[in-house]
Design a protein around this ligand. Structure first.
Ligand code: ADP
Ligand code: ASP
Ligand code: MG
Length: 457
């Protein structure tokens, strides 16, 4: 059995879905479990619908709902133009849109949007795409069973960022999949979508379909997990920002996890964890170039040392905590990190000196309660408008000349914080946000476009 996950661009329109179904058709002997995202940009549209409804903007809510319905109905007609199931498929799409409209209208009249309702609204994209693609696959002669992810993807009660219950998922998924597979060539389900153990809808957070695929792969002991997207595998940097990036043939689980965690959008940061548990290889492939090799993400031992990529997080903050009480006190760090943990603010980089701790956090997080509590016993200075850059690769910290290569292009700019992971896989530092683009492009140029090799100590 294999898991094949198709992201938004791989299911964006008639051409993309036709290509995707062709790719799936070539893998039927491997019993695919297909996991799909919403059509490209649909989740963003659903967020806008939530916002419009919550602010009681009825005309805008109706306009956006009608755009959503039109796009999905048109696509269904196009994909099923020759099929006897066309009317049934359109009816099903309309039912999903009606149900969404019902919730959006209720929210609009109250002007109140709970996280629970928001989870239902934003997961509609995956229900629509999986329904349409399931009909289209059947119309192409692939006997496909549509499976509701909410029968198996158990998460915590956090409606908008449900934490998967790995044990419950591992217990549920194999039974649901085995039953759905009876007499079928393939099954299809929604990425991103989850459910609490009491049956309340949740989602896994933005970009969560990769994570869904990996969780399902773990639960069924899949032979491989394929992440189909719009680039030729994992590259040396984000090709949207950096010229001359190269595709990586193989990287390790650890390198991929660090890249994703430190900003490479190509994979959801938690995708690697379930796959590692069962040592399942992940392949990142391009649905617009299906014969390309893509990138294999494999066990650490199979991967060579060396620098693999430059990742970045554009919008971060540095929180500097100063206290003379730190000197010779053992409980200080514990107290500081308890405060972060209680406010659920997650920390990326940490650096400490005798009387100072600096940490970085993503700017999307609310740090006000943390700053207020820390200020009770320390001086706190928050630096905004910063970016974090990470150079990632197995054992790079041990490579001769690596630090020089990393820091040479930075001669001209301020570096606020440097951190090097104990696992030797990354060197990260903080720069001004306005200098990010230049820093990343120069760094990529120095590391990947200069001929001389780096030697291991
Ligand atoms: P999907 O909709 O298929 O999940 P995403 O947009 O989430 O696709 O992820 C693919 C995008 O990730 C690419 O278009 C690319 O711009 C971006 N990306 C960021 N870093 C990298 C990287 N190191 N290698 C490849 N792609 C990257
Ligand atoms: N559709 C969701 C999003 O856009 C999940 C995903 O695509 O992975 O965030
Ligand atoms: Mg994605």
């Amino acid at each position: 059995m294999i898991v094949m996950k198709f992201g938004g661009t791989s299911v964006a329109n008639f051409e993309a879905i036709t290509r995707t179904i062709f790719i799936i058709g070539g893998r039927l002997d491997q019993k695919p479990i297909v996991v799909v995202s919403a059509l490209s940009k649909v989740t963003d549209l659903l967020y806008r619908i939530s916002d419009a409804a919550a602010s009681k903007d009825l005309p805008q809510t109706k306009e956006l709902l009608s755009q959503l319905r039109q796009r999905h109905v048109d696509l269904t007609s196009e994909l099923l133009s020759q099929s006897v199931q066309k009317d049934e498929a359109i009816e099903r799409v309309n039912e999903l849109c009606d149900s969404l409209e019902g919730i959006a209208m209720a929210v609009c009249s109250l002007g109140e949007l709970s996280d629970r309702n928001k989870a239902v609204i934003i997961s509609t994209g995956e229900y629509l795409s999986s329904t349409i693609i399931s009909y289209a696959m059947n119309a192409k002669g692939i006997r496909t069973k549509w499976v509701d992810a909410r029968t198996m993807m158990i998460t915590s009660e956090s409606y908008l960022k449900g934490e998967p219950d790995m044990n419950a998922i591992a217990a549920k998924v194999p039974g649901v999949v085995a039953e759905a597979y009876e007499g079928m060539d393939a099954i299809i389900t929604q990425g991103f979508v989850g459910v609490t153990s009491e049956g309340r809808p949740t989602v896994l957070g933005r970009g969560g379909s990769d994570y869904s695929a990996s969780l399902i792969g773990m639960a069924v002991d899949a032979e491989r997990i394929e992440i189909w997207t719009d680039v030729d595998g994992v590259r040396t940097a984000d090709p949207r920002y950096v010229p001359n990036t190269k595709s990586l043939e193989q990287i390790s689980f650890e390198e991929a996890a660090e890249m994703a965690h430190f900003g490479a959008k190509v994979l959801h940061p938690l995708t690697i964890e379930p796959a590692v548990k069962k040592n399942i290889p992940i392949y990142v492939l391009n649905s617009m170039n299906p014969s390309g090799k893509g990138t294999a993400i494999l066990r650490n031992e199979l991967i060579e040392d060396g620098v693999k990529s430059v990742s970045f997080k554009e919008n971060i903050r540095v929180i500097n905590i100063f206290s003379t009480k730190m000197i010779n006190t053992s409980g200080f760090l514990r107290r500081v990190f308890e405060i972060f943990s209680e406010s659920k603010v997650s920390v990326d980089l940490i650096s400490t000196s005798e009387a100072n701790i600096s940490v970085t956090v993503d700017s999307s997080q609310n740090i006000d309660p943390v700053v207020a509590e820390l200020s009770e016993f320390a001086d706190v200075i928050v630096d905004d408008d910063k970016s974090q850059v990470s150079v990632i690769g197995k054992n790079i910290v041990k490579l001769n000349g690596m630090l020089k290569k990393t820091f040479t292009p930075l001669k001209k700019c301020n570096v606020y914080m440097i951190s090097q992971g104990a696992s030797f896989v990354n060197i990260s530092f903080v720069v001004d946000r306005e200098e990010l683009n230049e820093v990343v492009c120069d760094l990529h140029h120095h590391l990947f476009e200069q001929p001389e090799e780096l030697e291991t100590f």
